[in-house]
Write a protein that binds this ligand. Structure first.
Ligand code: FES
Length: 321
């Protein structure tokens, strides 16, 4: 197994957004442009203590953002150490290895209207998407859910003149008349509307429940962590059929496809290993796969497979490897 190629950035600025969220601005150490990206993209940050986490880029791509990436990091009390490491050990001026941006949560060009639902720190990719949509004059609504004004990250960016007309703000502790009822919001789907959601697990589930009648291809979700009821990576044994190489590779019941391929000398890049980031996705017979990822859309699942977690429906799974 291998990680994707990394690049090194300098932490240019750290700013407190809320009692739990810090924003980090990352730049090339010598001021060069950073790799380009699209709204919705994320990077892996390799932080002190050996932790690696994915963070969405919270600013729409532009010539200015080619010089800096902005991420928001919420300190999670239940985290395995990643967010604590960023909050406690990383300082302005430090160098951090990161991956190039990857996008498993892109805006859909075919949408007539974009409905962006952001819960807490889940706002970061959706803020970038809203800025991108505003820049191209597209039709969109950005609904942001936060506990209170004090817990609203990137408030200045949200209230910028270009976003303000599209923003609906729901504060749990705010004016009751401005709260958003998800069931009523999502009861009807205007033709061509695509829904994008990112936030804590409970919020994501509430949105999914309220939008259960929406077509699957109009729903797009970015998860921070695999849902707690996600299945384990293990399952029944099966065989990978590698179409380009003309060989087969057995996958044991307690093995992932990535591990089985590694054993025969084929290294698939991985990062999250939870089906979230899309690093391990390859072309293949998606119809024959038991998909266990949280990053592929319904249509992508017809011809792509995330090898860190997904398995074969039957005895064999063909991949374009
Ligand atoms: S390694 Fe992240 S989806 Fe597989």
């Amino acid at each position: 197994m291998s990680l994707e190629r990394t690049l090194t950035v300098r932490v240019e600025r750290i700013s407190r957004q809320t009692p739990e969220i810090l924003a980090f601005e990352l730049a090339h150490p010598w001021g060069r442009p950073l790799p380009s990206y699209e709204a919705g993209a994320h990077i892996d940050v390799h932080m002190p203590g050996g932790f690696s986490r994915q963070y969405s880029l919270a600013r729409a791509p532009s010539s200015a953002s080619a010089r800096r990436y902005v991420i928001g990091v919420k300190r999670e009390l239940s985290s395995r150490g990643g967010s604590a490491s960023m909050h406690e050990r990383v300082r302005e001026g430090d160098l951090l290895p990161i991956s190039a941006p990857r996008n498993t949560f892109p805006l859909r060009e075919e949408a007539a209207h974009h409905l962006l639902l952001a819960g807490g720190i889940g706002m970061t990719p959706l803020l970038a998407m809203a800025q991108a949509l505003a820049g191209r004059g597209a039709a969109f609504t950005l609904c942001v859910f936060a506990r209170s004004e004090e817990h609203l990250a990137f408030a200045d960016a949200l209230r910028a003149p270009s976003l303000a007309p599209h923003l609906r703000l729901h504060l749990d502790q705010g004016d009751a008349s401005q709260r958003i009822d998800l069931r009523s919001l999502l009861a009807q789907r205007a033709p061509g509307t695509h829904l994008y959601v990112c936030g804590p697990g409970g919020f994501m589930q509430a949105v999914r429940d309220a939008a259960a009648h929406w077509p699957e291809d109009a729903l797009h979700a970015e998860y921070f962590a695999a849902p707690t009821d996600a299945g384990a990576a293990a399952g029944l044994p099966f065989t990978l059929k590698l179409a380009k190489r003309g060989i087969t590779v057995p996958v044991a019941a307690d093995q992932t496809a990535v591990d089985a391929l590694h054993e025969v000398g084929i290294d698939i890049p991985v990062s999250c290993q939870q089906g979230l980031c899309g690093t391990c996705v390859v072309e293949g017979d998606g119809e024959g796969a038991e998909h266990r990822d949280f990053c592929l859309t319904g249509s992508e699942r017809r011809h792509k497979v995330a090898l860190c977690c997904s398995r074969a429906k039957g005895l064999e799974l063909e991949l374009q490897l």
